[in-house]
Ligand binder design. Structure first.
Ligand code: TV1
Ligand code: CA
Ligand code: ZN
Length: 397
């Protein structure tokens, strides 16, 4: 008995190719594909595989990635290896590899990696299109910064844009929601000239004490899409810039208020939710102070809208908490309640044990990590909601 109960009847599918796990960005790089191994182990240890349809999708091919990306960029991406990379090469720099931060390193199997996570997002989209699933999950995707000819912020291929393009073959309006702590700039930009996709991102926004903007530096409340009234994409983006340390109660209420209004006004026929786990308290790169259940409440809110839903991963840089969160959110989708004591037969149990690693529990208090003071006052958040509502009034239809 794992405390597994499943009262609701949603058809949920889980799209995952385990080969993604074996890719490494480099030992010091914060993006760790093996967080997906931990996630899968937790999902399996709670028996959640019996509550969903499991798919092992094939990798996406070149032509499928070209639904969004430039062929020249893809050719370069498909051929580059750590052995043949020339960091002084004009293309290398122009396509976003290297750079001082080394955010997008060239590593072994890079093409395979991008094809695998994109194949899984495509598989999720097809399941929605042929009505096999109400909710389709791909924790390996959500690489929201990639542009059509540019790698950016750990993202090389934008699987989200490609999945949304597939949904647009049958759905008139798709809503994209992004709770990763970073601004979903790549998805916003890809659809800036259409009214058939509405993009909504919640993220940390601001300049630190050294004068550096929080990555990627875009996503202020004023950014609602192109200013040209003739552009169909006008006012079809909404950005919710948030300061350090936002707590559970504030975030839940902000998310629910804004998202409900967007759904009411835009009336999407399908929703894609990027559930980056770097918005959790104690994340290595994030600045928020959210607990797992507060993060998961966003998934509950979106599920309650009752629209076909793709749920995808994204950031998340404290692997044990990423795994906890995505396991919990998988359970939210299928309508299961999970026991706080982790099952004792998990292969990587050690990663979750010890007080500093969450004491063998599924829902440790992440507020205890207290690294960021809450700089968000309730009146400031109230103003932010008012500005958001004002922005929504510019959207026609
Ligand atoms: C190699 C090794 C790369 C260690 C990158 C943190 C590293 C970072 C590293 C890092 C790091 C960023 C910038 C600065 C832009 C640069 C998956 C002006 C300890 C979706 C991407 C964040 C987030 C990019 C991706 C950011 C996602 N932060 N150590 N790099 N230059 N880049 O700030 O949204 O989660 O940090
Ligand atoms: Ca975001
Ligand atoms: Zn992020």
């Amino acid at each position: 008995d794992y405390g597994l109960e499943r009262p609701q009847g949603y058809n949920v599918s889980f799209h995952y190719n385990p080969h993604v796990e074996y890719h490494h960005f480099g030992s010091s790089h914060p993006m760790k594909p093996w967080r997906l191994t931990l996630t899968k182990q937790l999902v399996l240890s709670y028996g959640l595989e019996y509550t969903m349809d499991l798919y092992e999708p094939r990798p996406a091919n070149f032509n499928e990635l070209a639904i969004f990306h430039d062929r020249e960029y893809l050719s370069y991406l498909s051929e580059i290896t750590p052995q043949n990379a020339k960091p002084d090469d004009a293309q290398y720099i122009a396509y976003g590899f290297g750079g001082d931060s080394n955010d997008c390193p060239v590593f072994d199997g890079l093409w395979n990696y991008v094809s695998l996570y994109t194949g899984a997002s495509m598989s999720a989209a097809y399941n929605l299109l042929n009505k096999q699933s109400d909710i389709a999950i791909n924790w390996s995707g959500g690489l929201h910064h990639a542009k059509k000819n540019l790698a950016s912020g750990f993202c090389y291929v934008n699987d989200i844009v490609i999945a949304i393009q597939l949904l647009l073959t049958q759905h008139q309006r798709v809503l994209y929601i992004d709770i990763d702590v970073h601004h979903g700039d790549g998805v916003e930009q890809a659809f800036e000239s259409t009214d058939r996709v509405f993009t909504l991102s919640f993220h940390k926004y601001g300049i630190d004490r050294h004068g550096w903007p929080f990555f990627p530096g875009t996503g202020n409340i004023d950014e609602i899409g192109p200013k040209d009234p003739a552009n169909r994409g006008k006012a079809h983006s909404l950005n919710i810039p948030i300061d350090d340390g936002i707590d559970d109660h504030q975030y839940k209420s902000l998310f629910k208020t804004v998202t409900s209004k967007v759904v009411e006004k835009y009336n999407p026929q399908a929703i894609v939710l990027q559930s980056g786990a770097d918005s959790l308290g104690g994340d290595r790169l994030g600045r928020f102070n959210l607990n797992i259940k507060a993060h998961g409440s966003c998934i509950e809110t979106v599920k309650s809208f009752g629209r076909p839903l793709i749920l995808i991963g994204g950031g998340g840089y404290t692997p044990r908490n990423v795994a906890r969160t995505w396991c919990h959110e998988t359970a939210v989708c299928v309508g299961a309640t999970l026991h706080d004591d982790l099952p004792t037969h998990i292969p990587y149990l050690q990663a979750f044990q010890g007080e500093e690693n969450g004491g063998g529990r599924l829902y440790p208090d992440l507020h205890n990590t207290k690294r960021h003071d809450n700089l968000n006052t309730d009146p400031a958040l109230q103003k932010l909601v008012e500005r958001a509502m004002e922005n929504l009034r510019y959207m026609e239809g």
